[in-house]
Design a protein around this ligand. Structure first.
Ligand SMILES: Cc1cc2nc3c(=O)[nH]c(=O)nc-3n(C[C@H](O)[C@H](O)[C@H](O)COP(=O)(O)OP(=O)(O)OC[C@H]3O[C@@H](n4cnc5c(N)ncnc54)[C@H](O)[C@@H]3O)c2cc1C
Length: 372
């Protein structure tokens, strides 16, 4: 059993959320150590990386070296209908997840954090780290930190399976989303051009709705998917898990423990995307921890600030997820036709915001005032 250096702050988990927290704390002059069970960060690559450009900017990371493609919109398929939402300007980047993890690591280390790899922490070690200072659990969807400190459950998870293929001729600017509540209730299937050479095909379902790998194999037989991959070779295949709701408690004030990222359930339930919410939560956590170490605030302020900033947007993302998950495939088709008839595709092409639905309303109001 290793002996830990007594640090002001320890972070368990060197994913994007843990590393952003470590960097932000180090920049504020706080001594931080990060521990991760993996020997090589970011591998295996279980998750994709589609991030809105605005969301990426909000993370204050130098992300350009991880960008592999740029997206201008999406085609949404369901019940035999298609809605095409395309913007004139770029809306999202696709990032190489290992490169993203590596750059977050390099930025944390340059800022002064220590990162120790190949270190899976036991319950006893977690207890000792919390005794030595503030402990941040950034250890993913199945968080040992949350379990050890009894921080409550995450009520809903999605399970995913995705694989990469050598890309055939394909429109690189568009991601395709497939809503099919017979095959993928709870989330959706996707085809994403990761780059000009790589296409990703994946599916996510509510964890209570059966076998994701079997659903993936059936998804692979759809004509749209067969047409997209055109017999090209499958390069990889990975299963994973996405928390679809916030954990009951984000802070244990007694033991000075807090959770960020997937460990806290900080994702958008409409898509399962968690890097922007988790990374911004990590920034709030760093501000609050620094302020707590100076005796100016309490750790619980982190939970209060996170909930205040993201409550409404998370609620809207959840409502969207509940709405599309509860429809039959025929209703999905009708909803898509109605969206087109009411011009929602044109509206979203102009005002859409992948992360913060409240910003859509703000931008619309701003535009209306300008045009009055
Ligand atoms: C298929 C799929 C597609 C996705 N697509 C997107 C997308 O397009 N856009 C988006 O924003 N999000 C996406 N997500 C979600 C995104 O991947 C997560 O929200 C994000 O990775 C969470 O980061 P994190 O740092 O909180 O946790 P993680 O990335 O899970 O990192 C946790 C780290 O903790 C370490 N760890 C765990 N337990 C211990 C322990 N006991 N001791 C030491 N180390 C430990 C792990 O090794 C790991 O490195 C997707 C997820 C999946 C599964």
């Amino acid at each position: 059993m290793g002996v830990f250096i007594k640090n002001e702050v320890s972070v368990v988990g060197a994913g994007t959320a843990g590393l952003i927290a470590a960097k932000e704390l180090s920049l504020r002059g706080v001594e931080v150590s990060v521990y991760d069970q993996k020997k090589v960060l970011g591998t295996p690559v279980r998750a994709s990386g589609i991030l809105s450009i605005e969301g990426l900017r909000s993370l204050d990371i130098n992300y350009s070296r991880a960008v592999t493609n740029t997206l201008y919109g999406a085609e949404i398929h369901g019940g035999g209908r298609t809605l095409r939402i395309v913007s004139k300007k770029a809306v999202a980047h696709v990032l190489d997840r290992k490169a993203l993890n590596d750059l977050c690591h390099d930025e944390a280390v340059s800022a002064g954090a220590t990162v120790e790899l190949g270190k899976r922490l036991s319950g006893e070690e977690l207890g000792r780290l919390a005794d030595g200072g503030v402990l941040i659990g950034a250890d993913g969807a199945v968080s040992s930190v949350a379990r050890h400190f009894s921080m409550g459950e995450i009520k809903r998870y999605a399970i995913t399976y995705k694989a990469e293929f050598e890309a055939a001729a394909y429109d690189e600017r568009i991601v395709h989303l497939f809503f099919d509540n017979e095959e993928a209730r709870g989330l959706f299937g996707w085809i994403c051009p990761n780059s000009s050479e790589l296409l990703e095909v994946g599916i996510g379902i509510d964890s209570r709705n059966g076998n994701c790998k079997a659903a993936f194999e059936r998804f692979m037989r759809r004509p749209e998917v067969l047409g997209a991959i055109k017999g090209s070779k499958r390069i990889s295949g990975e299963a994973s898990m996405i928390p679809m709701a916030l954990r009951r408690r984000l802070v244990d004030p007694e033991h000075e423990v807090l959770l960020v990222g997937d460990a806290a359930g900080q994702v958008k339930p409409s898509t399962g995307g968690g890097i922007v919410f988790g990374g911004n939560a990590a920034k709030i956590a760093a501000e609050v921890v620094k302020s707590k170490l100076e005796g100016r605030s309490e750790l619980i302020d982190y939970e209060r600030r996170y909930r205040r900033r993201y409550r409404i947007d998370t609620w809207i993302h959840s409502a969207i997820n509940r709405a599309y998950s509860s429809m039959s495939n025929t209703q999905l088709g009708l909803a898509i036709s109605a969206s087109h008839a009411f011009g929602i595709d044109a509206f979203l092409g102009r005002y859409g915001d992948m992360d913060m639905p409240t910003r859509v309303i703000r931008n619309l109001l701003k535009d209306m005032r300008i045009s009055v």
